[in-house]
Design a protein around this ligand. Structure first.
Ligand code: HEC
Ligand code: HEC
Length: 276
């Protein structure tokens, strides 16, 4: 695997933005915490970088603000979006109980879709059913509806280990995602790996850099005061290095999402996770 070296521009910049490479800054686990489940073979969920208070909030269904999206998704699951369409059916009409039919689905997305002929994210898959099976208009990316539906479907895989297929028909997409991950970009000329592999535990302004895992997405991000998809996070990070982001739902971001999800293989699905 190609690992870019830290360039001098980047080193200076990292110093300039007060990047103090602390070995680690994981808060001590509360006695009742199940923190031990979140690192797997050296891979660490963003959960392990949270304060004990935020971790407790994520675990508490009543305190976790992301559960509002999950609940909205649950309502949408049994709703017919466009009753004027002859073929109109709700998700439940075809898929039945989501706790059974959707269990494990989020853990293995993005995935190659035979019908589409390429790798798709869970958001795409949900929208495909909405359009083709329900005759409705697709949800816009990052809309309340798509975040709610994705959070609800993902919630059905709670605690299941992330396991995406990266071989066979998904291999080319995976390799493109890997290349993108190690590619320098933006005015700061930095790759994802510069921060999320080489600088984990360091500070970037108010943030502690984690491994950049997506086992908890969509997440409720305190900074945004709302839910966000993995791809919104990619765009945020592109912006952090002053690189032009790709469009939400683009094949570039979907390939990257496949690679990033694979990096976190074995980590438990946490949706809706809370992040700073
Ligand atoms: C008319 C029936 C029908 C409706 C309505 C429907 N789906 Fe589907 N859905 C299917 C079928 C059939 C498949 C799998 C085969 C395929 O790709 O067509 C599928 C596949 C899926 C998958 C991928 C599952 C996997 O194992 O990879 C997801 C996720 C999904 N649907 C979500 C939804 C959601 C959310 C809704 C409501 C917004 C919905 N579907 C509405 C028929 C339907
Ligand atoms: C300049 C450093 C930097 C670069 C380069 C960078 N990120 Fe990030 N990233 C951050 C910071 C800071 C955060 C917020 C704190 C955290 O969760 O790590 C973050 C968060 C994330 C998260 C959320 C993690 C979670 O637990 O919710 C993901 C996913 C992510 N980055 C992916 C990427 C990808 C993919 C790239 C390349 C396109 C990238 N990042 C490039 C600094 C960076």
């Amino acid at each position: 695997m190609r690992r870019p070296r830290l360039g001098s521009t980047m080193r200076t910049l990292m110093l300039a933005i007060a990047c103090i490479a602390a070995a680690t800054s994981v808060p001590a686990a509360a006695p009742t915490d199940d923190l031990a489940r979140y690192p797997v073979s050296g891979r660490r969920s963003g959960y392990t970088y949270l304060s004990p208070e935020t971790r407790a909030q994520q675990k508490d269904e009543f305190a976790n603000p992301g559960m509002l999206w999950v609940e909205q998704g649950e309502r949408l699951w049994s709703l017919v979006p466009d009753k004027s369409k002859a073929q109109a059916q709700s998700c439940v009409g075809c898929h039945g109980d989501a706790a059974k039919s959707m269990r494990g689905v989020a853990a293995r997305y993005p995935a190659f879709d035979r019908g589409e002929g390429h790798v798709v994210s869970l958001e795409h898959r949900i929208n495909a059913c909405r359009v083709k099976k329900q005759g409705a208009t697709p949800f816009a990316w990052e809309s309340q509806g798509l975040l709610a539906m994705t959070a609800y479907v993902s919630r059905q895989s709670l605690d299941m280990p992330v396991s995406v297929k990266v071989t066979g028909p998904a291999a080319r997409s995976f390799e493109r995602g890997r290349t993108a991950y190690y590619q320098r970009r933006g005015q700061l000329d930095m790759a994802c790996a510069h921060c999320h592999e080489e600088r984990t535990g360091a500070r970037l302004r108010a943030e502690v850099i984690s491994q950049g895992q997506i086992n908890g997405h969509p997440v409720y991000r305190q900074l945004w005061q709302t839910m966000g998809s993995a791809q919104r996070m990619f765009a945020w990070c592109n912006d952090a290095v002053r690189a032009d982001p790709y469009a939400y739902g683009s094949q570039e971001y979907t390939d990257l999402e496949l690679f990033v999800k694979w990096r976190g293989r074995g980590l438990p699905v946490e949706t809706p996770a809370i992040r700073r």
